[in-house]
Structure formats: structure tokens, C-alpha cells
Design a protein around this ligand. Structure first.
Ligand SMILES: [Ca+2]
Length: 361
């Protein structure tokens, strides 16, 4: 939902359903040296990033997209800086090929119960650990541009790195953030380890059609705020249904706690999980027959609150046997949009998977 200027459906749905910071191990120093192939020297500091050399900053900067680091990133106390690139994904798993990418070493997961572990999904094809000073350019922040329903502003400035997480901030008065991940895929699995600050604003994890052809392209909201911090709903917007909301199910969960939200989408089944437990399980694919990409959005429904945030530890993507790779996407670091009609240059376009991913070392 909520990706674009959809008319009134979401607000109607929402009306119907209306009813910290993690302290990581404070010092970690990892030295890894590989003689052949990948050479990675990874230094992670949480106490004072400024003590690291300009070379480290420069290296991290090479990976930056168009995201301005937030006010605390790079400052003493909670910044994490990684040097080097580590391929954390499986690379080529499932036959879709392409480099795995990655943005720093895997920091200890904040989510202890996951669908991927419970059901042995194996190594992901793509994984973001958000363990670098700048956002990996496979992620594409929206904007800056007007927000949902052209209210408020979505801006990369509201995205902040630190403590091994990416944080999408809302000021509670309209300034917020959203971002999407390429390449997507037709069918597959995604899992995201996330918590919210207050849950007063509208947080949603979803997949959105690469072709930007909603509603025909469908929409899978596998964790959408529908009761503040304590209730999330899976809205399956079938491609064949112009009303576009053919399945839904809710779960009671405190989103202020670290939670692993997962989506499994195959030709014969669509499942939503919270901490490895299925809460929506339907025997079809929503009649969605084209690639989709993962989106993380903190939307503003004109509700005035204090600051809120979505804090994400990691995101992972796996293909399934029926998966087909994307043919549409954005180049590393390019901005995305929730309004392709107004920002056609930010709309996904034809390219190869290699074009969509940064060059890995
Ligand atoms: Ca992380």
C-alpha cells in the first residue's frame, strides 16, 4: 500500500482496522585477511568513529548512495564504520545470478526467531546488514518528494545509519522516509528484522511491482501497521481484483520489540510470518505474475505525533525454484519514487541485474 498516490482505498482500509536503541556489544574489532580473492579488513567501532583514518571514511564514502548521513551517524557514541566489502549473500543462488553484494559484516542479529532459520531457507541471495556508515546503494530512498497522498515529505535526509542498523525517521509532522531494494524478483522469500520507535506513525513492509503498474501489478503488504505498535496486518492486493485487497490477516505483536517479518510468495502459496510463525497462509499467488521489489516505508497519514522511526537490523532475499529475476530496476544509488507519474526519471527501467548492483570487490 501507500507507495503511490493511490486514491482512497488505504485510508478506508485503515479506518476499518483502526482500532532502544539496542546496545550492541560496544567494542568489536574484527580483522579478517584473505590472501586470494576477497581481501577484507573490517573494523567496527561503536565508541568513536572519528578516530578512524580518512582512508576508512573515503572507502565508506565510495559506497554511499544519495543518502545524507543522519545527525548521529559519524558522531561519537553510536556510529559504525566498516572498511571493505564483504559478500554476505550466496551469489547466484537459485539460478538468478549476479553478485551478492552486501554492506558490511553481519553484526549479531537482533531477531532470535526467524522464518528463514525455522524453515531452513539457507543462505540468502541478497542480504543487507546495514553495518556501514552509509546506506548501501542497492537501497533507493524515495525523493525528496511529497509523501503519501502528496502530504508531507519523503526525504533521504530522514534515513540514518548507526549501531549496525538503518533508521527511517519520522518527525511526526510530515517529514518521513521510505526506500526500496533492487533487484526484485517474481516469487521468492524476503525477511526483515525490524522494530519501531513508537508505532504511532504508519510503518509498512511490502513488495511493490517493479513495473509500477498498481493495481494491476498487485501489492504484498506483509507487515503493515493497523493498530499502532501492537497490531500488524498482511494485505494481499490481488492483481485481478480492482478493489485490490483480496486477502488479509492480522497479528498481535509489539512492533517496538525486534521482530522478524517474512514473506514467502510462490505460484501456489503466499505466507506471512512474524518471528517464524505464519499468520497469513493462502493457496495462491494473488494472480501477481511479474517481479516485485521490497519496500520499507514510514508513511504519514497526517497524524501529528512525536518522532517515530523504523529501525532495521537486516533484510534478506531468497529466490525459490519458480523465481524469475527482475528486468526493471535502478542503478546503484539512484533515487526512487512513490510517484512515477511526477518523477519518471526515478521509475524503474529496463536493465540487467549487474546494472542494478554496485561493483563488489
Ligand atoms: Ca545490522
Amino acid at each position: 500500500m501507500i507507495n503511490h498516490d493511490r486514491p482512497t482505498f488505504k485510508s478506508r482500509v485503515r479506518a476499518q482496522v483502526a482500532s532502544l536503541k539496542r546496545v550492541k556489544p560496544r567494542v568489536a574489532v574484527i580483522l579478517a585477511v584473505a590472501g586470494v580473492g576477497l581481501l577484507g579488513v573490517v573494523l567496527t567501532l561503536t565508541s568513536n568513529a572519528a578516530t578512524f583514518s580518512a582512508a576508512i571514511e573515503a572507502e565508506a564514502g565510495q559506497k554511499s548512495g544519495n543518502v545524507a548521513a543522519g545527525p548521529t551517524a559519524g558522531a561519537s557514541g553510536n556510529a559504525s564504520v566498516a572498511f571493505g566489502t564483504v559478500n554476505t549473500g550466496g551469489g547466484g543462488g537459485g539460478g538468478t545470478g549476479g553478485p551478492a553484494g552486501g554492506d558490511g559484516p553481519a553484526d549479531p542479529s537482533d531477531c532470535t526467531q526467524t522464518a528463514s532459520a525455522k524453515f531452513n531457507w539457507g543462505e540468502p541471495q541478497y542480504q543487507s546488514n546495514f553495518n556501514t556508515a552509509t546506506l548501501d546503494p542497492t537501497w533507493h530512498p524515495y525523493g525528496p518528494e511529497p509523501g503519501h497522498d502528496k502530504k508531507g515529505t519523503r526525504t533521504p535526509e530522514q534515513i540514518q545509519m548507526g549501531d549496525g542498523n538503518v533508521t527511517l525517521n519520522s518527525d511526526g509532522k510530515g517529514k518521513t522516509a521510505a526506500m526500496k531494494w533492487f533487484p526484485g524478483q517474481q516469487y521468492g522469500r524476503w525477511e526483515v528484522c525490524m522494530k519501531v520507535k513508537t508505532g504511532e506513525q504508519h510503518y509498512v513492509l511490502l513488495t511493490w511491482p517493479d513495473a509500477e503498474n498498481w493495481p494491476q501489478g498487485g501489492e504484498l503488504d506483509f507487515a503493515e501497521e493497523s493498530g499502532g505498535p501492537n497490531k500488524q496486518t498482511f494485505f494481499l492486493h490481488c492483481a485481478s481484483n480492482q478493489n485490490n485487497n483480496c486477502e488479509s490477516a492480522s497479528v498481535s505483536n509489539d512492533a517496538r520489540q525486534w521482530t522478524a517479518y517474512a514473506l514467502e510468495w510462490t505460484p501456489t502459496r503466499t505466507i506471512g510470518y512474524v518471528n517464524g510463525k505464519a499468520f497469513l497462509d493462502v493457496p495462491h499467488d494473488g494472480q501477481i505474475k511479474a517481479p516485485m521489489n521490497l519496500c520499507i516505508q514510514l508513511d504519514w497519514f497526517q497524524k501529528q505525533t512525536g518522532p517515530d522511526a523504523m529501525i532495521v537490523d537486516w533484510a534478506k532475499q531468497w529466490p525459490v525454484s519458480a523465481s524469475k529475476p527482475s528486468t526493471l530496476g535502478l542503478k546503484p544509488g539512484e533515487p526512487a519514487t512513490g510517484q512515477p507519474g511526477d518523477y519518471p526519471d526515478r521509475k524503474p527501467r529496463a536493465m540487467t541485474i549487474q546494472d542494478m548492483r554496485p561493483i563488489t570487490q
